[in-house]
Design a protein around this ligand. Structure first.
Ligand code: EPU
Length: 340
């Protein structure tokens, strides 16, 4: 028995795919103290824990026989400022796009290309959210949190978070071992805009003057044209990651498919392929089986047309992985976190 929790709670409204799954216990703590108490109770009862952010990158494959904690710590605070920069500390439960809007409205640059990404601030370092040539790691200073095992607080500086493309220490060594409580970002009063990403450049070329608000509006417009709104159609953004391969592997594929898009990856010498392009080339874009399908405008996005289930989605995704592997010899890995 865990105090201050709801029992047998449906997680459907807390995940953007909208699949039915239940948590044995569920809590949405608003303070660090509440989180620490819940962790201590869960430890005593020896039950599994899952920390759920905005639910925009997670699929529960079945009911969760443990405690789901949905941190709701709010607030955006200026913690330091000089002539060039402002340090903002945001609670893990702040809706990510509210944080971006706050930054843009205060003329602070560094997260504007990350407009309209679903989810909460607390999840932003976990998968190092990214879009249009910008990633959370570019402006993130530190992550504050609590270790699940002993309730001790920690601060991890940017370099300690081991950020990479859609990756961090929180998905590796610290996977399911921490609760993020706050994230600190360093934003710029005189930002250099990042406008090189194809679509964004095209969208902004319509305007003579470019500023943070315009960039935000353009990103929102591009996203709205390609990515379904979870309020209308269940989805979790990109379901697969773009695969990162060696140059030799990319060259092998480029000989077979000269028009295949390739992008330089973070780590030297490696290349990022476009999973969306490969899926489209397998004629899977827009393909649908019962209630699960590939979105018509963006092949990386899988959608729940209404009454789909997590097991249907998982089988569908495996079918896609097999087809892409048979054609290209490349494994496409889910970006979405599947909880069994
Ligand atoms: N492409 C296709 N067909 C498709 C989708 C993409 O051919 O159906 C090819 C095209 O060549 C296109 C290129 O892929 O020019 C890039 O497409 P897009 O700009 O849509 O980006 P993406 O690589 O498919 C990634 C992120 C998105 C992010 C966009 C923009 C991942 C896994 N996904 O998608 O992030 O919004 O770039 O930066 O890295 C998310 O993580 O949930 C997400 C939506």
């Amino acid at each position: 028995m865990i105090n201050n929790t709801k029992k047998n709670k449906s997680l459907k409204p807390f995940t953007t795919f909208g699949f039915e799954a239940r948590a044995r216990y569920f809590a949405a703590p608003e303070t660090l103290d509440e989180i620490e108490n819940l962790l201590a109770d869960a430890q005593k009862s020896d039950i599994p824990l899952f920390i759920l952010g905005g639910g925009s990158n997670v699929v529960f494959a079945c009911d969760f026989d443990g405690l789901v904690i949905c941190p709701r710590i709010g607030g955006i605070k200026v913690v330091d400022e000089d002539g060039e920069h402002v340090l903002l500390k945001a609670g893990a439960g702040v809706v990510w796009d509210d944080f971006v809007r706050y930054a843009v409205e205060h003329n602070l640059g560094g997260v504007e290309n990350l407009s309209a990404i679903p989810g909460n601030v607390g999840a932003s370092p976990v998968q190092n959210i990214g879009a249009y040539g910008m990633e959370a790691k570019d402006s993130l200073v530190a992550v504050n949190g609590v270790f699940i095992e002993n309730g001790k607080q920690f601060t991890l500086e940017n370099a300690e978070c081991r950020f990479a493309y859609r990756d961090s220490i929180f998905k590796n060594e610290l996977k399911r071992k921490t609760v993020v409580t706050h994230v600190v970002f360093k934003l710029s009063k005189n930002p250099e805009y990042k406008l090189d990403y194809g679509n964004l450049k095209d969208e902004l070329s319509k305007y003579d003057e470019i500023n943070l608000r315009r960039i935000r509006q353009s990103v929102i417009a591009i996203r709205a044209s390609k990515l379904p709104d979870p309020k209308d159609l269940g989805n979790a953004g990109s379901f697969f990651k773009n695969p990162i391969v060696d140059r030799t592997e990319a060259n092998r594929l480029l000989e077979l498919y000269p028009s295949m898009p390739v992008y330089p990856a973070d780590s030297s010498g490696k290349v990022k392929l476009s999973a969306g392009w490969m899926i489209e080339k397998c004629s899977l874009k827009g393909y649908r089986e019962n209630n699960i399908g590939v979105h018509r405008q963006q092949a990386l996005v899988l959608v729940n047309y209404g009454e789909g289930t997590a097991s249907e989605l998982i089988a569908f995704a495996q079918m896609m992985q097999t087809i892409v592997f048979e054609k290209f010899g490349v494994i496409i890995e889910p970006e979405v976190n599947i909880i069994n």
